[in-house]
Ligand binder design. Structure first.
Ligand code: LMR
Length: 409
């Protein structure tokens, strides 16, 4: 009955990870998946996460019971505050419904499923989700799995290696009323290019005129500006403007809880007399979707994050750990650019330090990426994205020299 099933291509990121692991060359460099590495190229357990582990393990009442369908309440309420700000009127007015999810992927999926079932835009063409071009590869699969039609808006300018703001705003202006627009809250994946606050204001103005629906993916809060609240400026601005919106939140990167799958999904409705009733109804439907798919979310990662988020002392230690990670990444940006400029590698390299967050979109072509892999054992995605955290003081010069060589070929 399944003879016609065709072999699917390997996942671009997890396939790359497997290829890197199989490579026996000691010089190999992993710039593939977006996971933080320390200066010795090994995973880093945040010191504050170790403390939370110890606190949890010393609790005699800790057990393996089910969490509620919507997840750990202390975790979801702290997650709301982290996303919208502790004094957000949306929280105070009970206009936010939040469910713990299987990290950011689960939150994107729950949002997509919810939209495919319940979203009723003013025009039927409006029930289309617009993704940035390029975007995180999984976005396409997640939204096509729930049968949402997908279109793209321009995002990255190949010339400036910065934001194609005119292209983006032009597409938003011409997209049908009510269209769903997926926006990266900060530290855009894969480009490392974000709109300025002024550009975000213009995006919000156009989307309001067009009655478009924002869906924010927030996977890198704490990796962009160095301040958790500044990183979420765009989300908070849209909430202030009275939008109804969705947020998918991941704790994979900012807590280093990759495999624990800790994340949260938030629905916000606009202010108004029935806002809290609408929110409660939506929350009840989201709970039914969640129950049928995962029943209830996994406990451990949420307990770790909740322990930190709800303790002011641990919270400030977490901010220090975030600065350690983002600071080392910035140093590697500077070192890579300096080395390329010192060697006078053909091309301009200012974008390496202009871009922010976990990634740099280098501008290297697919054939250059393949040459780097075959000749130099450097692993990065075909689109030229590098995970900056894979660079360190031991390999940054080796990588720069390899880039120099393939660019000159
Ligand atoms: C990435 O883009 O490398 C990460 O978000 C990991 C993933 O799940 O794809």
């Amino acid at each position: 009955a399944f003879g016609a099933v065709q072999k699917a291509p390997e996942d671009p990121l997890f396939g790359l990870m497997a290829a890197y692991r199989a490579d026996k060359d000691p010089k190999k460099v992993d710039l593939g998946i977006g996971a933080y590495r320390d200066n010795n190229a090994v995973p880093w357990i945040l010191p504050v996460v170790k403390k939370a582990d110890d606190i949890l393990h010393s609790d005699p009442d800790l057990n393996h019971e089910y969490l509620p369908i919507a997840g750990l309440a202390d975790f979801t309420s702290a997650s709301q505050k982290l996303i919208f700000g502790a004094d957000s009127p949306a929280i105070q007015e009970k206009r936010v419904a939040s469910l713990q999810t299987i990290s950011g992927t689960g939150a994107n999926h729950l949002g997509g499923l919810f939209l495919s079932r319940f979203y009723n835009p003013s025009t039927s063409e409006g029930k289309t989700i617009y993704l940035s071009s390029p975007t995180w590869a999984n976005h396409n699969q997640i939204f096509s799995n729930v049968h949402l039609p997908i279109k793209n808006y321009p995002y990255f300018s190949k010339d400036t290696k910065g934001l194609d703001f005119d292209g983006m705003i032009g597409t938003l202006k011409s997209a049908p009323e009510g269209s769903i627009i997926l926006l990266h809250a900060c530290a855009h994946n894969p480009t490392g290019v974000d709109p300025t606050q002024d550009q975000w204001k213009q995006i919000a103005t156009v989307m309001k005129q067009r009655q478009q629906f924002p869906f924010f993916d927030c996977a890198y809060q704490g990796f962009a500006s160095g301040s958790l609240s500044t990183d979420n400026w765009a989300i908070r601005h849209f909430v202030e403007q009275g939008f109804e919106l969705l947020v998918a939140q991941s704790y994979a990167k900012n807590f280093g809880l990759y495999g624990e799958r800790a994340g949260c999904f938030h629905f916000v409705t606009s202010p108004g007399s029935h806002a809290s009733e609408t929110t409660a109804s939506v929350a009840s439907q989201l709970a039914i979707l969640q129950r049928s798919e995962i029943s209830n979310p996994p406990a451990y990662g949420a307990r770790v994050a909740s322990t930190v988020l709800n303790n002011p002392q641990l919270f400030s230690e977490w901010e220090g750990d975030l600065r350690t990670m983002s600071g080392r990444i910035i140093e590697m940006r500077q070192a890579l650019r300096a080395k390329l400029e010192e060697m006078q590698t053909p091309g301009k390299w200012n974008h390496i330090t202009d871009q922010i967050g976990m990634f740099s979109f280098t501008g290297l072509s697919e054939s250059q990426v393949l040459a780097l892999r075959e000749k130099y054992h450097v692993y990065m995605t075909k689109n030229g994205r590098i995970s900056m955290a894979g660079l360190n003081t031991n390999n940054v010069d080796y990588f720069a020299k390899a880039v120099d060589a393939v660019v000159r070929e």
